[in-house]
Design a binder for this molecule. Structure first.
Ligand code: 5GP
Length: 226
């Protein structure tokens, strides 16, 4: 089932009038690991009450400091395959030898209530969302300002082994080659500016005509008074 068919209840009115409602949107941020998209995501979430994070399931083990149910739902490969079989995932992919996926239920509920959902998923997952939920999707690719900055950020996390870091650097070139599939590109040079760019994208996309519900009635009433 496409996410398009799930409008169940009235969304909050859009800015300017309570008569026009809006379906939520899916804001996807993708980038190679270490380009800073997690930090951008956190700041966006802190600053925007109508935005909520999609918490993925993964079969990879938690990193130090990661919390089950906050950063990911850490599940077994068996449970993952069961979720795929039961169509419980909106998209899923294998990344660095582990499985990742987006639980469908929370996303569809949020969109129908006019809430926006932020996704930190890779290009494979974004391709699936583009196929299944094109009208709801706003995709942003975050690029590092340089290869040196990317490596520096991967090392400063100090959570992965040298071998894992080397693997992620090698993967970065491949991931970056998918940037033309995205609607927007942000080069994450200065974090504050990147966050403000992402906010601008979100603000503009919220006003997109195709997302609005009730405009034709609003305009009809407006015309009647002219
Ligand atoms: P990490 O293991 O560093 O948290 O994530 C590795 C990669 O998996 C990142 O590029 C991240 O965007 C991607 N990822 C995380 N969750 C999902 C998901 O639910 N679906 C897909 N397709 N990719 C994901």
């Amino acid at each position: 089932m496409s996410a398009e068919n799930t409008v169940k209840e009235a969304a909050p009115g859009v800015e300017g009038t309570a008569e026009i409602h809006r379906r939520g949107l899916m804001l996807v941020l993708s980038s190679p690991s270490g380009a800073g998209k997690t930090t951008i995501s956190r700041q966006l979430l802190e600053r925007d009450e109508n935005l909520q994070m999609s918490i993925s399931v993964t079969t990879r083990p938690p990193r130090p400091g990661e919390v089950d149910g906050r950063d990911y739902y850490f599940i077994t490969p068996e449970r993952f395959h069961e979720m795929v079989e039961n169509n419980e995932l909106l998209e899923h992919a294998q990344v660095f030898g582990n499985y990742y996926g987006t639980p469908r239920g929370p996303v569809e509920e949020a969109l129908s209530k006019g809430r926006d959902v932020l996704f930190d998923i890779d290009w494979q997952g974004t391709q699936q969302l583009r196929e299944n939920a094109r009208g709801d999707l706003v995709s942003v690719f975050v690029l590092p300002p340089s290869a040196a900055a990317l490596e520096e950020r991967l090392r400063s996390r100090a959570q992965d082994s040298d071998q894992v870091i080397a693997g992620r650097m090698a993967k970065a070139a491949e991931e970056i080659s998918h940037y033309p599939e995205y609607d927007y590109v942000i080069v994450n040079h200065v974090l504050r500016k990147s966050v403000s760019q992402a906010e601008a994208i979100l603000r503009a996309e919220r006003a997109r005509q195709s997302r609005l519900i009730g405009v034709s009635d609003f305009v009809a009433r407006l015309k009647a008074d002219l």
